[in-house]
Design a protein around this ligand. Structure first.
Ligand code: 13P
Length: 244
């Protein structure tokens, strides 16, 4: 169950969230909880979350270890800040900052090399869904984004299916739509000779405390990637604790 804070929270606000959140998720032995936080908050949040089991990650990285890339951060910098996860190819990165499948593949290699858990995001736009191109688009994104990924690193890879039209719109994919698409993604992973059954596939897009359990009841939804509802400790804790 992963939260993505996007460009929200100063480091003070982030630390105060973690102080409130950790006691609410207490014993999370049967599931993983993770948060992708702004780069400026990584170090303090990772320090605060130490020992809690809550995984802390970044929202993006550059594929080079270092260099003249103003404004970027690298995998070793994320590791150095005490974090252990990174989101790659979120649709907002693809839409506003030019991330391509080729870049996603390079970022994924860099993340794996540094030992980070990589959450690779894919998803179709509304016009792609309406023109019945969803599967074609996802197939292309998966093939391009996972180019060069080796099956032996399966434990370091998580897929996130986020239909662009469901992000921040209050319009969740129905559990049937999400299930159908995620089953397709698993089939595609198999076709790419990856251990599809053991790679976790998250659903993201307008997940809230009251739809989490229904989505999680679907066989091909292994977890959730939560934007807006991860910004308050109590609502994200409710999602993490679904079914308890
Ligand atoms: P919302 O939950 O706000 O729709 O955002 C989803 C998302 O983009 C998570 O990465």
């Amino acid at each position: 169950m992963a939260g993505n804070w996007k460009m929200f929270k100063t480091d003070d606000q982030a630390v105060s969230f973690i102080k409130n959140f950790v006691p609410l998720v207490g014993d999370i032995a049967d599931r993983d909880a993770a948060l992708a936080v702004p780069a400026t908050a990584l170090q303090r949040v990772a320090e605060e979350a130490k020992g809690s089991g809550v995984i802390i990650g970044a929202q993006n990285l550059h594929w080079e270890k270092e260099g003249a890339f103003t404004g970027e951060i690298s995998a070793p910098m994320i590791v150095g800040a005490g974090a252990s996860m990174v989101l790659i190819g979120h649709s907002e990165r693809r839409q506003y900052f030019g991330d391509t499948d080729e870049w996603v593949a390079k970022k994924l290699s860099a993340a794996i090399e540094a030992g980070l858990l990589a959450v690779v995001c894919v998803g179709e736009t509304l016009s792609e869904r309406e023109s019945e191109r969803t599967f074609e688009v996802l197939s292309k994104q998966l093939k391009g984004s996972l180019a060069g990924f080796a099956a032996k690193d399966e434990k370091k890879l998580i897929l996130a299916y986020e239909p662009v039209w469901a992000i921040g719109t209050g319009k969740t994919a129905t559990k049937e739509e999400a299930q159908e698409t995620q089953a397709f993604i698993r089939k595609e992973l198999k076709a790419l000779a990856l251990p599809a059954e053991s790679i976790r596939i998250l659903y993201g897009g307008s997940v809230k405390p009251d739809n989490a359990a229904d989505l999680m009841a679907q066989p091909d939804i292994d977890g959730l990637l939560v934007g807006g509802a991860s910004l308050q400790a109590d609502s994200f804790a409710k999602i993490v604790n679904f079914g308890k």
